[in-house]
Design a protein. Structure first.
Ligand code: GLN
Length: 542
């Protein structure tokens, strides 16, 4: 029998519900419990794949090719499992299914309503998580904040769900904010009380309340919340801000969250082993050096747009006892005639991430040229790889005006071109080359040394590819195609053997890095950046 933990949020958004769900997942997993985490998103988009990163942050891609909420990235990193399409459900998906069935005439003339049709669809989609694999516990995070109009069908669905699977098999956790009033230096519990009242209005009584606050809250305050919100004293869990998100599981364990969850769900209390996680956090806290990595992107004002890359860089840092300082560079700032040396001088590695559309492309190409010519470690990801090919074609192969046909349909040298399977695709949602495909690795290359494997599976999200008609010219000039998707002869990875570290992937390795298992590409890239730092220090000393 699967147990369900529903996590809702109150008072304000951005409380770290996703990290809380992930952390609870990690705590349960460390106690030998098979756990999966699902995100329910109340927005009407079918998935975040078509949304602007400034609206939504990164789009996380699963192994089976779903474009999902970035919280799934946290779930995967914390519980170290591959999730699937089933783990992210949106209102758009639920409505889409119901309306499609209505058009087909499946409802035999009935009136279609939010309750029961949409709520039934949501409940069915919660059940799908355990369809192919059994889990002891499914944690289900409901996006948004209690009180949002669009969240209501989801809250109603989890209310009904509880009755259907048995009250003893479900608990509700409410994550709220306990703000500190600057003027009186007092923590305030009223917003939490109101938020719980709002939940109760719709028939949900939380068993556990997790109180987010700037600094730890007192026992007295917890007692007050316990009294007013009708939860056990030990079920009021304090969660003050911590320096690193990887410390959250340890903070929650200290507060006894996993003990109380196991008690309420009547699960066997096995002793947990968090030692690996603790070691990782300790290591992260005591770096021996700090490397500075520039991310040259288009959405640099919202760090969440590149969250998996940032986390993967940190993981790479862990493998090298290095802390990572990110220098955010808006690609458009690099465009034009100006010298980019002052911006690039103090960094030890450059990342050009994925993206769409022409804005900032020339700035990215300029940064790549700088990295190539100045022996600066360079990692290109998806669009970053395509820009590296354009730069190489223009400046090494002398293909004047070389470009991707995504940005210049009339270029004489379309070194990056639409994949043949994409031709004629009109729909924007979910139609890219998505998810995991095998990449065959050429022996004797840097890529082979990095993975030490002949074939790997990596995740994709793109429409364009390296143009095979121009490949031989690029190869003759020294560009090495070290990873290939064999079935369609698609370039997956490029590298420059004479450069200290210049490698770029069509796929997104950042979706598979875990703090406990840093991705080898990021580990190797940070090692090269650390070497660059060392060289600079030597240069400085001499
Ligand atoms: N715009 C490019 C493509 O569609 C790159 C996509 C990406 O970086 N995810 O191929």
């Amino acid at each position: 029998m699967t147990r369900y933990i529903f996590i809702t949020g109150g008072v304000v958004s951005s409380l770290g519900k996703g990290i809380t769900a992930s952390s609870l997942g990690r705590l349960l997993k460390s106690r030998g419990i098979a756990v999966s985490i699902q995100k329910l998103d109340p927005y009407i988009n079918v998935d975040p794949g078509t949304m602007n990163p400034y609206q939504h942050g990164e789009v996380f891609v699963t192994e089976d090719g779903a474009e999902t909420d970035l919280d799934l990235g946290h779930y995967e990193r914390f519980i170290d499992v591959n999730l699937s399409k089933a783990n992210n459900v949106t209102a758009g998906m639920a409505y889409w299914s119901v309306i499609t069935r209505e058009r087909r005439g499946d409802y035999l003339g009935g009136t279609i309503q939010v309750v029961p049709h949409i709520t039934n669809e949501i409940k069915d989609r919660i059940r799908v998580v355990t369809k192919e694999k059994a889990f002891d516990v499914v944690i289900c995070e409901i996006g948004g904040t209690v009180g949002d109009i669009e969240g209501l069908p989801f809250l109603e669905a989890i209310r009904q769900f509880r009755k259907e699977v048995g009250r003893e098999n479900c608990i509700n956790i409410h994550v709220t904010l306990v703000p500190l009033l600057e003027t009186t230096h007092e923590f305030k519990t009223k917003p939490t009380q109101h938020s719980v009242m709002k939940l109760r209005e719709i028939g949900i009584q939380p068993e556990i309340i997790i109180c987010r606050s700037r600094t730890p809250i007192s026992l007295e305050l917890k007692e007050k919340i316990s009294l007013f919100c009708d939860v056990d004293k030990e079920a009021v869990i304090g969660l003050a801000d911590v320096p690193s998100l990887y410390e959250v599981p340890l903070a929650l364990e200290k507060e006894g969250l996993d003990d109380i969850v196991l008690k309420y769900l009547d699960l066997p209390v096995k002793r947990g082993d968090l030692s690996g996680w603790e070691k990782m956090v300790e290591q992260m806290k005591q770096p021996e050096k700090k490397v500075r990595i520039a991310i040259i992107g288009k959405y640099t004002e919202l760090e969440d747009s590149y969250i998996s890359i940032v986390e993967s860089l940190k993981h790479g840092g862990l493998s090298n006892s290095a802390a990572i300082e990110i220098k955010w560079v808006n690609a458009e700032r690099l465009e034009g005639e100006g010298d980019i040396e002052p911006i690039m001088r103090d960094i030890h590695g450059v990342v050009v991430p994925g993206g769409f559309g022409p804005r900032g492309i020339e700035g990215k190409i300029k940064a790549i040229k700088y990295a190539r010519e100045n022996n600066l470690p360079f990692l290109g990801l998806c669009l970053g790889m395509q820009c590296a090919v354009i730069e190489f074609a223009r400046n090494v192969c002398r293909m004047k005006g070389a470009n991707s046909s995504e940005f210049d349909a009339k270029t004489k040298f379309p070194v990056i071109d639409l994949m043949s399977e994409q031709k004629g695709v009109e729909e924007k949602g979910g139609t890219m080359r998505l998810g995991a495909y095998p990449c065959r690795i050429k022996k004797g290359t840097r890529l082979h040394a990095i993975y030490n494997e002949d074939e790997v599976m990596e995740r994709h999200r793109h429409r364009f590819e390296v143009n095979n008609d121009l490949r031989s010219q690029l190869a003759e000039a020294g560009l090495v195609f070290s990873g290939i998707y064999h079935k369609a002869d698609l370039v997956e990875v490029i590298e420059l053997p004479l450069h200290p570290w210049f490698l770029a992937t069509q796929y997104h390795p950042e979706f598979k890095s875990r703090p406990t298992r840093p991705h080898p590409i990021f580990a190797s890239f940070i090692a090269a950046a650390a070497k660059r730092l060392e060289e600079q220090v030597v240069l400085f000393k001499s």
